[in-house]
Design a protein around this ligand. Structure first.
Ligand code: PLP
Length: 383
């Protein structure tokens, strides 16, 4: 049996049955859009995030778009985003008519920092979007301080970090707003697309609530130009049930990650560094770095071990943003990392035998790579 990169709900028969019954109840009620299911999920998600407001929306990308719109960021404004994130972080900025500015990342954590943001600030920058990439928390305090000094808004893209804590607080609740994706493969995933915006600020939450459904309140009174970006009732019901397991699932991810980190000690693949004090990691991805990444990927695939690359092309080098970012590489660390990173399987319940197989295959590749290198240098010496 191969080892997948992530597991979906159909692989857990008990959970699957529970969710199917819930879907059936919603379908039988005929309340597919809005209503109690969505409100209950919003209340429970806000409580779980330890924040005053949560608004369900149709995707993590829409969550970013609507958070930016709620902060009245648009044409003429610039927004700092990390160069290595899922492209949605930058796309949302473009969608509201603003311009992304790409910040490089810290070589040890792969995350944006106050030090990488500072050099790309211009007078037009109005907002920063730190991304808690792979589930690891960004060091927020210096960024919050920088934002206070420069009068910038902060939106946390927590699409990969549901439930992670920074200095005791849930991510997404530290900036002006936080955004989440419930894409099926995320730590909290729906059976389709979904997202949420959380905020401690009632006005921001209310603006997102209006924007997601045509600025409508009350019925057929449109107070602003909005869109269709609601969370479906069926998705809300699934998310609500899965939310009850999320703390435990994240703990299982951390446990598996710690075991995998230990098992990889003598291999060519450098495991992710452990989170520093005050920071957290909920391991949406377990990303190692390896000098011969593509060969390692192929070698693991031959052993039935699935891997991923998150992401092979940094946003500022993508076809979509190359023209904007320019020829000169504005984020060389992100570019270098893109050539070295490899995401190994990680999911709640990744067991000891699977961890052993991943580690053994990686160590075997290491021995082979080192052997080839030694042979290469022997040839060099002879000639
Ligand atoms: C998944 C993801 C998004 C987008 O979420 P969708 O629900 O797919 O629109 C945004 N940012 C990051 C960092 C993500 O991983």
């Amino acid at each position: 049996m191969g080892i997948p990169l992530a597991v979906m709900d159909h692989a857990d028969p008990e959970l699957f049955g529970e969710l199917m019954s819930a879907v059936e109840r919603v379908a039988a009620s005929g309340a597919f859009t809005g209503g109690r299911a969505v409100e209950e999920f919003e209340t429970e998600y806000a409580r779980w995030c330890e924040v005053a407001h949560a608004v369900g929306v149709s995707s993590g990308t829409e969550a970013l778009v609507l958070a930016l719109r709620a902060l009245e960021i648009g044409p003429g404004d610039e927004v700092v985003v990390p160069a290595n994130s899922f492209i949605a972080t930058a796309e949302a900025v473009s969608m509201v008519g603003a311009t992304p500015r790409f910040a490089d990342v810290d070589p040890d954590t792969s995350l944006i920092t106050a030090a990488t943001i500072e050099p790309v600030l211009t007078p037009a920058v109005r907002c920063v979007i730190p991304v808690h990439l792979y589930g690891r928390t960004v060091e927020m305090e210096p960024i919050s301080e920088l934002a206070r000094d420069r009068g910038l808004r902060v939106i946390e893209d927590a699409a990969q970090a549901h439930g992670a804590r920074y200095r005791g607080r849930r991510v997404g609740t530290i900036g002006d707003a936080g955004t989440f994706s419930f894409y099926p493969a995320k730590n909290l995933g729906a059976w389709g697309d979904g997202g949420a915006v959380v905020s401690g600020n009632a006005e921001i939450a209310e603006a997102v609530r209006l924007l997601r459904s045509h600025g409508e309140s009350p019925r057929y009174h449109h107070r602003m130009v909005g869109t269709t970006a609601r969370l479906d009732a069926i998705q809300a019901t699934i998310l609500r049930l899965k939310l009850r397991h999320l703390e435990r699932w994240n703990a299982l991810r951390r446990q598996a990650a710690d075991a995998l980190r230990e098992a990889l000690r003598d291999s060519i693949a450098s495991p992710p560094i452990a989170p520093s004090p005050g920071c957290d990691h909920v391991y949406h991805q377990f990303v190692v770095r390896a000098p011969q990444r593509d060969a390692l990927k192929d070698s693991l695939a031959r052993e039935g071990i699935a891997t991923g690359i998150h992401y092979p092309i940094p946003i500022h080098r993508s076809d979509a943003y190359m023209a904007l970012a320019g020829e000169r590489d504005v984020a060389p660390v992100a570019t270098r990392l893109a050539g070295e990173i490899l995401s190994l399987p990680i999911f709640p319940g990744l067991d000891d035998a699977q961890i052993r197989r991943i580690a053994d295959a990686t160590v075997a590749f290491t021995a082979q790579a080192e052997g080839a290198q030694a042979e290469g240098s022997a040839v060099l010496v002879r000639s």
